[in-house]
Ligand binder design. Structure first.
Ligand SMILES: [Ca+2]
Length: 209
């Protein structure tokens, strides 16, 4: 008795379709498990997209995973990541004196003296020009030295850049002293499978108005 079998060429055709189906399914499930990270970085001064921001992505053990420098559209993107915890380091170099005038120094002095306290985290971050986590007369002195041309940069300016960053729309828990909440030099980000968007605001150091 003859056993039931497909003609040989038909059999191969079915097997081929079968494998294509499962390879596609497998690749699809791999892609679904991957995470992408993207976002836009805009200036607190005029909301303009920020070009030349160096975005460094590190894993939870602080090993560099990837780097991206923003173009004219202020956007950064990382793709094909495993979901999980990461760290974002943001840095932008530039002219230290840009956007700084004697009026900024006056406003910092008023804040230090308690005459007119800052109300925005943008001003707090901008005024702490030496990254000490506090705003003191020393920050004012450093601003004046820069304006007068005695110094050409703020302390650690080359390593830390001329800008600082906060998550867009960030509201501090303590509006009267937000600096301790921004003490870290990186932002922890939790990436889920699929697209993850984190947007940032850039703050020019020394500019408080
Ligand atoms: Ca300071």
């Amino acid at each position: 008795m003859r056993s039931l079998s497909f003609p040989n060429n038909l059999n191969q055709d079915i097997m081929k379709k079968y494998w294509i189906f499962f390879i596609t399914l497998f690749a699809g499930s791999l892609a679904a498990q991957q995470a992408d990270l993207n976002g836009t970085i805009a200036s607190s001064i005029d909301a303009a997209d920020m070009e030349g921001v160096e975005v460094e992505l590190r894993d939870a053990q602080d090993n560099t995973v990837d780097m991206f420098t923003t173009g004219a559209n202020g956007q950064y993107v990382f793709t094909g990541l495993q979901p999980g915890e990461y760290r974002l380091y943001l840095k932008k170099s530039g002219s230290p004196l840009e956007y700084i005038s004697t009026f900024d120094a006056v406003l910092v002095a008023r804040h230090v003296l308690g005459v007119a306290q800052f109300s925005s985290p943008v001003s707090y971050l901008g005024a702490d020009v030496n990254h000490s986590g506090t705003i003191t007369t020393y920050d004012i002195a450093l601003m004046r030295r820069l304006i007068l041309g005695i110094d050409t940069d703020f302390p650690d300016g080359a390593a830390k850049g001329s800008w600082r960053f906060i998550p867009q729309g960030w509201i501090p828990q303590n509006p009267n002293n937000p600096l301790p909440e921004l003490a870290g030099n990186y932002f922890p980000v939790q990436l889920n499978a699929g697209a993850n968007t984190f947007n940032w605001t850039g703050i020019k150091i020394g500019n408080v108005n």
